[in-house]
Design a protein around this ligand. Structure first.
Ligand SMILES: Cc1cc2nc3c(=O)[nH]c(=O)nc-3n(C[C@H](O)[C@H](O)[C@H](O)COP(=O)(O)OP(=O)(O)OC[C@H]3O[C@@H](n4cnc5c(N)ncnc54)[C@H](O)[C@@H]3O)c2cc1C
Length: 864
């Protein structure tokens, strides 16, 4: 075993081997994988081996498509077969709601280049004759699904990595990890110590234990999972002989079941409601190539439905039941990337679908380690997306919820109940008493909307407009006409102080830093000139409590990105100690008042002049509000006249009570996050992680006025200058949509009637997938080609999918359905009524770009 390596990968499951292969392929050949036992000694060896591209997050779906595409290349490189069976798969809908869900998934697939297709139950039956079609209303066909040999695939990654120069050490447990002052890691193993620049945790079932070696409690938990294998079935053999192909994979949402052909029988697995965690606190080190005791009673309810839906399987004998553990994060997506607070300690764990995601995870992580950026939008699986509140017990509750809901519909207005409340502000009980419907905002309970007294504060979950519609509308109108108050504790807040603060922020941010007592809005870019943050920054001024000669800046950003941004800030902190950063979390909370009466209301609460001349738009001031020391920003996300008021939690009840009392004469209302998000739509304001994400450049994101290329050499300046010089390819735009009873949710395709192919519709998977007619025969040649192009929307050479929606909803004040999204820049200023359509739940609705905001286009009200 070598004593030094550029990187040590801990764990030889499918994920560790993929990371090793991708690092070596990216040019880091001085890399080493250390495995406790033999390769595949965790969950990888007993996996059912299924793979698919579909994922709720389109960016994760893209990486899944890459994984599937990689297998051919891997087989050629390694000389090791993965036993690929690209059968295609069918998802069965038993209700109209589930069909809506499939319509959404199918629509998303249009701009991801996926050739999915909506089909009838009898078309599905032609591909999988064991089903009884009377239980279903429709289905979706995805040609890029199948299954493989888990062990062969893991070894294929390992062999390919070794061919490129990587080393693999087996039967050698990593016992301890320590770090030298210069950042070098000591990887202490049973066979000696390896010095490494980077360490990657691919510990799978033991990833928590590996995390604990460096003082990190990773939010992941193993769950028991069962699948059964039937004896040979004559129906399967007959189908194979008659059609010359294998049966397709089938997913039955109602039964929480997945099935596929295995030899001449069927493999059937369940995600049962009565799910069971495995080793909830510690994973035993002596657990090896073992299986757990099957418990058919636990999955009996799913089997009952399954046998009804697939009578062919009900009569088959069960040959074997497999029960094995594998890990999940609270939301079911992997934990990938550098761990905030540590240097060169990386994660690739909680990969619950290693054979769909392992390749993409390896590619993104190796890009990140070698080039400093994952190269894709990996927010959906970034280890930084969970805060400290994601404790062992939180994770346990959420993973069980996620597992038991794996095949349930998640509606866009649905808040999940497990592990709540995790964090509350001092106003929590007051908000509940005010009949607030609460939502989970990065672990914090936040009012979404207020139900009228006497009605139950509860969302009726739906893909369409629901019971909150009228009430959110009332909140919006009251704010626009009078004044409203809302909680804004769910922002990330930081203080940057020290003599080097201004230089530090100027290096990180695209906009100029504000003068003392002023506020600025600024994006933040990575080295590749892509958007990685969007902040409000106030210069608190040296005379406002800072040490002599030091600057102090307050920064507000997205709470979900708090750790993601801290990781970036810490990476770029000067080494001389001239800058300090403090993240507040809920030690600083806030309230916002907005609307035409908000200035008069604030004046009643303070003893200083807050008239528009004394306290201008984008001013920052420390002042007592209702007698409590507060920081006040003259700015609001509603885009109206308004204020953000920040205080320590001990003062929040006092300030809120004072606002409520003083506001009575103006008809003050409480409003929630949903109203706030509606109001920003009619101002064309973007939101972080929806409109603004690391796949877009600042000019694509229409953030032009905040990008000061001439100010100094900030990170990403060169790439941004190039984007501006060449002109952005895409552009963020706002639409008014002629919607009926459902507004956009995000991720819908945008169609345009144009003659040029703008190239935004891509095909991420590289090899052909089979298609079948209703009798189960494979379709080849022109019929298949026509079908494929119809799916992509190029029917008559005119209507094409040219972009995608990022978010939207109903803008109640202007009384219109609105959406934001990205389209080719050449179309971004075309306000023609007949150019665009947005597909909502399978229906294409006319949509029209509005370049200027519909509310207060000149910003007069905001500045007044
Ligand atoms: C019953 C079942 C069915 C499944 N079906 C599918 C499916 O159809 N499709 C799919 O994509 N996925 C499926 N999965 C999930 C899949 O198995 C996992 O996603 C995958 O195995 C995760 O791989 P991994 O490399 O992250 O972890 P693991 O396979 O657990 O590998 C981790 C490795 O790290 C080693 N290790 C840990 N700590 C140390 C240490 N300190 N020192 C040295 N080595 C260490 C372990 O020995 C182990 O070999 C299934 C899982 C189960 C249990």
């Amino acid at each position: 075993m070598k004593s030094h390596a550029k990187a040590v990968v801990i764990g030889g499951g499918v994920v560790g081997c993929s990371v090793l292969y991708h690092l070596a392929r990216a040019g880091w050949t001085d890399v080493m994988l250390i495995e406790r036992s033999e390769l595949t000694s965790g969950s990888s060896w007993h996996a059912a081996g299924g793979f698919h591209t579909l994922n709720g997050d389109p960016n994760v779906a893209k990486l899944q498509a890459y994984t599937v595409q990689l297998y051919k290349e891997l087989e050629e490189l390694s000389g090791q077969s993965c036993s690929l069976h690209l059968t295609g798969g069918v998802m069965l809908a038993d209700t109209p709601e589930r069909m809506d869900f499939l319509r959404l998934a199918h629509a998303k697939g249009r701009y991801l280049g996926m050739d999915t297709e909506l089909i009838t139950p009898s078309e599905a039956k032609a591909m999988f004759p064991l089903m009884d079609e009377k239980h279903f209303v429709g289905a979706m066909w995805d040609p890029v699904e199948g299954h493989l040999d888990p062990s062969g695939t893991t070894h294929a990654y390992a062999k390919a990595a070794k061919k490129l120069g990587a080393e693999i050490v087996l039967r050698n447990r990593v016992l301890e990890l320590t770090q030298e002052a210069d950042g070098t890691w000591n990887v202490v193993t049973e066979q000696g110590t390896v010095k490494a620049e980077h360490v990657v945790n691919c510990g799978g079932l033991w990833a928590r234990e590996v995390g604990r070696m460096v003082g990190v409690e990773l939010p992941l938990l193993a769950m028991e999972h069962m699948y059964l294998l039937t004896e040979s079935m004559p129906e399967v053999e007959e189908f194979n002989q008659a059609t010359g192909r294998e049966m397709v994979g089938v997913l039955d949402f109602k039964g929480e079941i997945y099935t596929r052909q295995e030899r001449n029988g069927i493999l059937l697995g369940t995600y049962e409601k009565a799910c069971k965690p495995w080793s909830p606190v510690n994973t035993p080190w002596d657990f090896g190539h073992e299986l757990l005791q099957p418990d058919l009673d636990r999955i009996a309810p799913s089997l009952e439905v399954g046998f009804r839906h697939f009578p062919g399987i009900a009569n088959a004998g069960i040959k074997q039941v497999i029960n094995g553990p594998f890990t999940f994060a609270p939301d079911g997506n992997p934990l990938v990337g550098p761990v905030q607070g540590l240097t060169n300690f990386w994660c690739a764990c909680a990969v619950m679908a290693g054979f769909s995601q392992g390749g993409g995870v390896g590619l993104a992580l190796s890009n990140w380690m070698v080039n400093g950026d994952p190269g894709f939008d990996v927010w959906g699986m970034d280890v930084a997306r969970f805060g400290e509140w994601a404790s062992l017990r939180y994770t346990n509750a959420k993973v069980r919820e996620n597992y038991s809901r794996r095949f349930s519909i998640r509606f866009p207005n649905e808040e999940l109940p497990a592990a709540r409340p995790a964090q509350t502000t001092p106003l929590y009980d007051t908000m509940i008493a005010n009949n607030a419907v609460m939502g989970d905002s990065w672990g914090l309970e936040t009012p979404l909307w207020f139900a009228p007294k006497g009605t139950e504060p509860k969302d009726v979950v739906s893909f369409r407009r629901s019971n909150d519609f009228a009430h959110v509308g009332n909140e919006v109108r009251a704010v626009r006409e009078r004044v409203g108050v809302t909680e804004i504790a769910n922002f990330a807040k930081y203080e940057v102080s020290g003599s080097g603060s201004e230089d530090f922020l100027n290096r990180l941010m695209t906009n100029r830093m504000p003068k003392k007592g002023r506020i600025t809005l600024t994006p933040m870019l990575n080295e590749f000139g892509k958007l990685i943050g969007d902040f409000t920054i106030a210069n608190m001024g040296a005379n406002m409590g800072a040490r002599a000669g030091e600057d102090r800046f307050m920064i507000w950003g997205s709470s979900a990105a708090a750790k993601y941004h801290m990781r970036w800030f810490e990476k770029h902190l000067p080494k001389d100690g001239s800058v300090r950063i403090h993240r507040f979390d809920q030690t600083l909370v806030g309230l916002s008042i907005a609307g035409p009466q908000s200035q008069t209301l604030l004046q009643k609460l303070v003893d200083v002049d807050v008239s528009s001349r004394a306290f201008r738009f984008m001013d920052f001031r420390e002042m007592a509000v209702g007698g409590a020391p507060c920081m006040v920003n003259r700015i609001t996300y509603t885009g109206d006249l308004g204020y953000e008021i920040w205080m320590q939690p001990a003062y929040q009840r006092l300030v809120y009570a004072a606002i409520k009392e003083a506001g009575e004469e103006f008809g003050l209302v409480d409003f929630g996050m949903r109203a706030l998000l509606c109001m920003r739509l009619e101002k064309n304001f973007p939101t972080w992680f929806r409109e603004l994400r690391p796949i877009y450049g600042p000019f694509e994101g229409a953030m032009d006025r905040f990008i000061k290329l001439e100010k100094n050499d900030f990170i990403g300046r060169e790439a941004a200058a190039q984007e501006q010089a060449e002109g952005p390819k895409l552009r963020r735009v706002s639409f008014v949509v002629e919607a009926e009873d459902a507004d956009v949710m995000g991720d819908e395709p945008i169609w345009a009637k144009v003659s040029t192919d703008y190239g935004t519709v891509e095909k991420p998977h590289g090899y052909g997938a089979p298609r079948f007619d209703a009798t189960g025969k494979e379709v080849r040649g022109s019929a298949a080609a026509e079908g494929a192009s119809a799916v992509r929307g190029i029917i008559d050479g005119a209507w094409r999918v040219v972009g995608w929606v990022t978010s939207g909803g109903y803008a109640h004040h202007v009384d219109k359905s609105m959406a934001q999204g990205y389209v080719p820049a050449a179309l971004a200023e075309n306000e023609s009524r007949d150019l665009f359509e947005i597909e909502i739940l399978g229906k294409r609705c006319p949509a029209r770009i509005n370049v200027e905001p519909l509310f207060d286009p000149t910003g007069e009200k905001m500045r007044s």
